[in-house]
Design a protein around this ligand. Sequence first.
Ligand SMILES: Nc1ncnc2c1ncn2[C@@H]1O[C@H](COP(=O)(O)OP(=O)(O)OP(=O)(O)O)[C@@H](O)[C@H]1O
Ligand SMILES: [Mg+2]
Length: 269
Amino acid sequence: MMNLRGLAADTGREGLSQDRSALRIAGVRKVFDKLEAIRNITVDIAQGEFVSLLGPSGCGKSTLLMMIAGLTQPTSGEIVLAGKPVVAPRRDVGVVFQSPVLLPWRNIIDNVLFPIELLRLPLAQYRPRALELLKMTKLDEFAQALPRQLSGGMRQRAAICRALVHDPGTLLMDEPFSALDAITRDDMAVELQRIWQANRKTVVFVTHSIREAAFLSDRVLVMGRRPATIIDEVEIDLPRPRNVAMTEEEGFNRYTRRLRKSIEASHEQ
Ligand SMILES: Nc1ncnc2c1ncn2[C@@H]1O[C@H](COP(=O)(O)OP(=O)(O)OP(=O)(O)O)[C@@H](O)[C@H]1O
Ligand SMILES: [Mg+2]
């Protein structure tokens, strides 16, 4: 079992070698009946990299994420994760959906441990890890509480713990903060950055929010309108850990302006 805090000091991009592609999306196309959702997407994501998919509603972000998760298959092209083609959901992947789908009759710790049960892994062995994750997301006092006793942000943090509990190398997140208010949302972004720095997962993060993408990512992939392709790619070369105050600074705003321009250009297509 990995040490959650052991890598916390590794805050930079060093050690992130570009040729060590953890995730390869090669010529992926997706057609639903007659609707072409994704035309042709090719992208390589490095081990431990934080990448956001940014694009307008309906452009195909969730479709791409669900293909990476193995929950739906590309019409053509290939997705390779950790050297193996993705053909079905895999245990080396954790997924956080847009709304935190917790089982209402199970307490928080049992919700977090649910993937362990599904994967038929030894529960007793994973319990300490689940508790450690709850502590890390400041939910340890609520381990025995039911989901309805938690706020939306707390439930979302529990869903993130659940996605991490089996220690997957890759974390896929589909607009995980979209239902939250702006202040909670900022807190969650800081929190997620902290979790990512401590764990160094490869993260693919879907969002509508330019600011959120710029704040969290090593790299932002901008998707154009349907049928989607990647129309721009922006490396966010800002120091970490990033804090909310930085989002007021010119260095940060240069990135958000650049991303906004890309998205506007896609509207004019
Ligand atoms: N199962 C499906 N069957 C048919 N069409 C689908 C299916 N899933 C998605 N689509 C279509 O594919 C396109 C892309 O949808 P997708 O959900 O990936 O967009 P999105 O970028 O995630 O949007 P949003 O930001 O609103 O969540 C849409 O036109 C949608 O109607
Ligand atoms: Mg979506």
